[in-house]
Design a protein. Structure first.
Lengths: 373, 364
């Protein structure tokens, strides 16, 4: 075994150990919160585990929650590898859902055509929503973080209006669309659960994104732009064009997640709050996975279990499921702190005399704010 | 609440002016804090979370202590909790500031929601003590706009007084020089024997404290209640205000007034059965003023866009179509305006050079 492989393996083991440590610390802090409110940690843990994994129904819910989280996390990775930090996933999920709902409700087709069309419409919607921010960045120098945050807020209001006025189901006072026709929905995979066929998107998307980023010319260009925009420009790659494309596909993945949420949801209709925080949690998943497409699978499983187990925990031991939000925020903070510390100690150790300076990985460099191309 | 006769055209009256000042206040408070932080080189996307935390802790402390004044301190504390986390991540660990900000917002939404549900779930909606409004003795007596300008809660006055104070501190004191240098060329601050870390910490704490106060303004000054997700994007608007204000106190003031005014207008026009002609007139007028501003700076490509906006405003003013928008779309209106404002102004050149770049000695 060569030295390079050895050090790569050592690095990988270290990474995994560090992330496990982060998870354990975050969960321990959550247990402190639980204990403050007079619930014994043992009871809370067993309620949580039962809620997340026990029985077909709970397990199915956990798995089905993984799908949108994975897709959004992959979307973050695509944009991030291209050097773009876009945080517009909630808005892109909503746009994707709206586009899917148009195709689902306005066209009637056989299922083999209707479902793919609705899903593609969702991808297109998410991509377009991200493209607006990408265009503003490329042409007007608008910082994509702020523009995507603002687009999120606008899209939330548009969804509010969408399910109250043009697509509102007149038979209910609830803000939701009419029931979507079965021909546009993902079929159920496991009866009496929320697990739909969209679960196959999970391995497919991970493999495709991992392959595209690691083995294709476009993926290489994306990585070069993200690693060093100057080098990219000197080698004839336009960071603006590649960055715009990366953001479009990142949004398209979020749109795909939106389509899954609408077309494989618990109810066959699109409601006011169907996004349910998936947009930002997907970012947390990607960070916990250290921006590796393969790492997304365990990280998404953890977050889906947290969401599902948290809901059950609220019902059985009366602890607010908002606790999950605290855990997720904590995990991102700990991941940030841990990776930075790891990088700094490694740099200190390796920088012997005559050795070259290590280039910090992109996640440790400040984002290029408002970098006007 | 407002008992004087409203004077003006359509929705543009002194009530709107008064409302605009009230709604500009949280944006201005948080914006001034963020301005100092960004000048010191730390961008704080967690502003939204700090504001929410300020709103919740102000409400909680006010409820426990039966005093709005102590509640305001609670609000500042609520903002500072997350500012300390931001400082630890961004300054001490040197982590990515934007991701840290997103984490802070997520954690703040979780923490306030969790505590609110755990503490208040079995209680009725509680309205806490609010801060009484002050009226400036002589100036309130000015006919028409006097009451609209000079009869407000103290935070409105505080926010506006902070603008010259921030200007003085940033541009006329040694402290301000160190702050600005830490955002432009931190290594220079370091070689002058001043700790970059300490300077940046001060910036971050200013942002957190003022964002917390802005949150307190939302919960215990404006309404006296708290609800989950109360800050509703105002923290992001404060970030926009700093950029649109070109990292200058007066600019932040102008931006906060534009955004607060848009928000006030949205509330007023949203009530009407259809959009009144005065609204179109105002769009044409604002666009015209903006056009003049752009002409001075020779900003050619966006001038065509603005000119189109003027024409559109005038045409709609003449045609007077019966258009009505539903409530949600009006709520989204200020954010859309903020987006347009960002697209229409090229400000990257004025940005502090070292913004969001972690400082590590001997590595620049």
């Amino acid at each position: 075994m060569s030295d390079l492989t050895k050090s790569k393996i050592r690095q990988g083991v270290l990474d995994v150990a560090l992330m496990l440590l982060v998870v354990v610390i975050a969960l321990a802090i959550a247990l402190v919160f639980i204990a403050i409110y007079g619930v014994s940690p043992g009871r809370a843990i067993s309620a949580f585990l039962q809620g997340a994994f026990s029985g077909n129904f709970n397990l199915g819910s956990t798995l089905s929650k993984m799908v949108p989280l994975t897709l959004v996390a992959l979307g973050w990775i695509v944009a991030f590898r291209g050097g773009r930090i876009q945080v517009g996933f909630p808005g892109q999920i909503i746009t994707g859902g709206i586009f899917s709902s148009i195709v689902a409700l306005k066209i009637s087709l056989p299922i083999w055509l209707h479902l793919p069309l609705a899903v593609l419409a969702g991808m297109l919607g998410g991509g377009l929503c991200a493209w607006v921010a990408a265009w503003l960045w490329a042409k007007r120098g608008v910082n994509e973080i702020l523009s995507t945050l603002l687009i999120n807020l606008v899209m939330a209001q548009i969804l509010d209006w969408w399910v109250q006025s043009p697509f509102h189901d007149p038979s209910t006072p609830l803000p939701q669309t009419r029931a979507l026709p079965t021909s546009s929905l993902y079929p159920v995979l496991l009866t009496n659960t929320d697990l739909h066929w969209d679960i196959i998107l999970l391995p497919v998307a991970v493999i495709v994104i991992a392959f595209v980023l690691a083995r294709t010319v476009w993926g290489f260009k994306v990585r070069v732009c993200g690693a060093n925009a100057l080098v990219a420009r000197h080698s004839g790659i336009s960071p603006t064009r590649i960055g715009t494309q990366a953001m479009f596909w990142s949004g398209a993945l979020a749109g795909l997640a939106g389509a899954s949420l609408v077309l494989a949801g618990t109810t066959p209709a699109m409601g006011e709050v169907f996004e349910g925080g998936v947009g930002f949690n997907g970012i947390a998943v990607a960070l916990l996975a250290r921006n590796s497409p393969w790492g997304v699978i365990p990280a998404a499983l953890l977050f889906a279990a947290l969401a599902q187990g948290g809901q059950v925990m609220q019902a059985t031991v009366n602890i607010s499921s908002e606790l999950v939000g605290i855990i997720q925020g904590l995990m991102i903070m700990l991941v940030l702190a841990a990776t930075t510390m790891l990088y700094l100690t490694q740099r200190r150790r390796r920088k012997g005399p005559g050795e070259r300076e290590l280039v910090p990985p992109p996640e440790l460099r400040g984002a290029e704010l408002g970098a006007t191309p | 609440m407002i008992s004087f006769a409203a004077i003006g055209v359509g929705p543009f009256d002194t009530n709107l002016l008064s409302q605009a000042l009230i709604l500009a206040t949280p944006i201005l408070l948080a914006g001034i804090g963020e301005l100092i932080s960004e000048r010191a080189g730390v961008i704080n996307v967690g502003l939204e979370g700090m504001m929410l935390s300020g709103a919740f802790f102000a409400y909680l402390v006010d409820w426990k202590a039966h005093s709005a004044a102590i509640g305001l301190l609670g609000g500042i504390g609520g903002g500072l909790i997350f500012a300390v986390i931001m400082g630890l991540l961004a300054i001490e660990a040197g982590a990515d500031q934007i991701v840290a900000g997103v984490a802070i917002t997520l954690a703040a939404i979780g923490l306030t929601g969790f505590l609110f549900e755990q503490i208040f779930q079995n209680l009725q909606q509680i309205t806490v003590h609010t801060v009484h409004s002050w009226s400036i003795p002589v100036l309130t007596k000015i006919p028409s706009f006097g009451p609209a300008l000079f009869n407000h809660d103290p935070l409105v006055f505080l926010a506006f007084i902070l603008v010259p104070i921030a200007w003085f501190l940033l541009f006329k004191t040694r402290w301000g020089l160190a702050i600005r240098a830490a955002g432009e060329l931190p290594s220079a601050v370091d070689s002058a024997g001043i700790s970059v870390r300490r300077v940046r910490w001060m910036g971050v704490l200013c942002a957190g404290g003022l964002a917390g106060l802005a949150g307190a303004d939302l919960s215990i000054v404006q309404v006296g209640i708290f609800h989950e997700g109360m800050s509703a994007g105002l923290g992001y608007l404060a970030l926009v205000a700093v950029i649109f204000g070109r990292w200058k106190p007066v600019g932040v003031l102008a931006a906060a007034l534009v955004l607060g005014g848009t928000n006030a207008l949205q509330l007023r026009v949203g009530e009407q059965p259809y959009i009144q002609s005065a609204f179109w007139g105002a769009i044409a007028l604002i666009a015209l003023i903006w056009l003049g501003f752009q002409a001075r700076h020779r900003n050619a490509p966006s001038m065509t866009l603005t000119a189109l906006l003027v024409v559109a405003g005038v045409v709609l003013l003449i045609v007077q179509p019966h258009i009505s928008l539903t409530q949600p779309l009006w709520v989204g209106f200020p954010y859309a305006v903020a987006l347009l404002v960002l697209a229409g102004s090229r400000t990257a050149a004025r940005m502090p050079s070292a913004l969001s770049v972690p400082y590590r000695r001997g590595q620049s």
